[in-house]
Design a protein around this ligand. Structure first.
Ligand SMILES: Cc1cc2nc3c(=O)[nH]c(=O)nc-3n(C[C@H](O)[C@H](O)[C@H](O)COP(=O)(O)OP(=O)(O)OC[C@H]3O[C@@H](n4cnc5c(N)ncnc54)[C@H](O)[C@@H]3O)c2cc1C
Length: 466
């Protein structure tokens, strides 16, 4: 019997925490509390304002874009009263490691027969992948990874004709999703598609294809989403992605407590005792239930974690994704975003893989966000200072000396598990402890490290357990 009066604590005021509160509220729950350690809502959806030529506008240091497959984000948008039709268009060019512009997908420019044949092969294999995902891998297209290691699926549908409806079934072929993505492609004779997938995957900081289970790649870049990325039919927000969650937070019965860090969790006698630290000091509050939307390996550090939680959460890996906003001298910056393909390989850890030019009308005066990855399984991490220096040099090689760096950060990015742990049923072990000690797990690890997967995971959690 569900009790809508129970007291629920939500840790984290990012997309997962705000959407969890929204879904609880929609179900009639009125007694929830969100704790957010920072002085802002949105977590890694962070859109600071910068003045250029006397005019202040948003720039993105975290999440930038969505697609028509962002069904759960759309539910948050509707609740918040925010639309996605007012953001700047996405445009980009491609460069090699020397900074020279290249045309890998435009046979008319820089023509060669070899390139044309390669492109035709790529197109054929994209079509083949689309067919395979509909047939051989039927059922892959839902959020989360429950059952996949056993050749099953169970979750909210991501499909355009049936979004956010619960689907479940069996398909032994789904076990292939535990393979590293490069092996998955080889097994299915579609290796060329990695050339398309690498830009929205690796350059967005989600790791390299020889280490990441195909389940993550294909659930994030399901065939429809991948096509939307290629066609650049993407959602962006004039006021930034952060604004979606800020506005949603304002519509909540109980907006998040900012500057309030959860520093302790103790579960006893059927209750959850949460210790928080804010400007007034430290205090402990009693709750009936706890929803954690923050890193689960971090939860081990401040909670009374059980052995099963320690065993599972210590296996979580995350990416080390570095970015900063670069400012240039007047009229000296890029006029369009750029992917630097050659830098999307483990041998080039710490190099800039992409820079994002947000406002077309600002031309060469637009500050740009520059991104690089520092880690790869089996390779020594690129040193942080080396990474920053190298990113600056890479942008300079493209012809744009950086005058100033703003909002430089390294994020705890894209938590996931290894192919081995994925195949060993890590997600089913996590599912087995959902609700134990009145504790529920949400956030990026549940499905994938993007806004849509985190919001959809909150919906899935609230629908099933509350
Ligand atoms: C550079 C970059 C680019 C990205 N681009 C995209 C994109 O284009 N599209 C997309 O969909 N996604 C993108 N993402 C990913 C997206 O931003 C995240 O997946 C999403 O924000 C995750 O939401 P979350 O709520 O699970 O976690 P977070 O956003 O990490 O939020 C967690 C919150 O919990 C708080 N917190 C942590 N510990 C505690 C504690 N002990 N007590 C209280 N509060 C705590 C944190 O301060 C934070 O606010 C990008 C991210 C980055 C960094």
């Amino acid at each position: 019997m569900k009790d809508i009066n129970e007291k629920i604590c939500i840790i984290g005021g990012g997309p997962a925490g705000i959407s969890a509160a929204m879904y609880l509220q929609k179900k009639g729950y009125q007694n929830y509390t969100i704790y957010e350690k920072l002085n802002k809502i949105g977590g890694k959806s962070y859109s600071p304002k910068i003045k250029v030529n006397g005019e202040e506008r948003t720039y993105e240091t975290g999440a930038i874009m969505g697609a028509c497959t962002y069904h759960a984000v759309h539910e948050v948008e509707e609740f918040a009263g925010v639309g996605h039709d007012d953001g700047p268009n996405m445009r980009r060019i491609f460069r090699d490691s020397s900074g020279k512009e290249i045309f890998p997908f435009e046979p008319k420019k820089d023509f060669s027969i070899g390139k044309l044949l390669k492109l035709m092969k790529l197109k054929k294999q994209m079509k083949k992948l689309g067919e395979l995902m509909k047939t051989k891998y039927d059922g892959y297209d839902c959020y989360g990874h429950r059952g996949v290691a056993q050749g099953k699926y169970s979750g909210l549908s991501k499909m355009m004709h049936n979004p956010l409806q619960h689907i479940e079934g069996e398909n032994p072929n789904l076990k292939d999703l535990a393979l590293p993505f490069d092996q998955f492609c080889k097994l299915n004779g579609v290796e060329e598609v990695m050339r398309i997938y690498i830009a929205p995957y690796t350059s967005f900081g989600y790791g390299f294809f020889d280490e990441i289970p195909a389940g993550y790649v294909m659930k994030y870049l399901d065939v429809t989403t991948a096509i939307e990325f290629v066609a650049l039919r993407l959602w962006t927000w004039k006021e930034g992605t952060q604004n979606i969650y800020e506005q949603a937070n304002k519509k909540l019965l109980h907006p998040a407590h900012l500057n309030t860090e959860v520093v302790g969790v103790e579960r006893k006698d059927g209750k959850v005792y949460v210790t928080v630290k804010d400007e007034k000091g430290q205090r402990t509050e009693e709750f009936d239930k706890l929803i954690i939307t923050t890193p689960l390996d971090g939860f081990l550090k401040y909670s009374d974690a059980r052995e099963d939680e320690k065993e599972l959460f210590s296996k979580i890996i995350h990416e080390k994704y570095v970015d900063f906003i670069a400012r240039f001298d007047e009229n000296k910056g890029p006029e369009i975003s750029s992917y630097i393909f050659d830098n999307m390989v483990p041998e080039r850890l710490g190099h800039a893989m992409v820079y994002y030019h947000r406002w077309e009308d600002q031309k060469s005066n637009c500050p740009c966000t520059v991104y690089a990855l520092r880690n790869h399984t089996g390779t020594k991490d690129a040193d942080y200072d080396y990474t920053i220096k190298t990113m600056v040099e890479d942008v300079e090689k493209c012809g744009f000396p950086i005058k100033e760096r703003l909002y430089e950060q390294e994020t705890y990015y894209c938590p996931h598990v290894s192919c081995k742990d994925y195949a060993d049923g890590w997600y089913d072990k996590l599912e087995a402890i959902q609700g134990k000690d009145n504790t529920y797990y949400a956030g990026e690890i549940m499905s994938f490290g993007d806004m849509e997967d985190t919001c959809a995971s909150s919906k899935d959690l609230v629908e099933r357990f509350f």
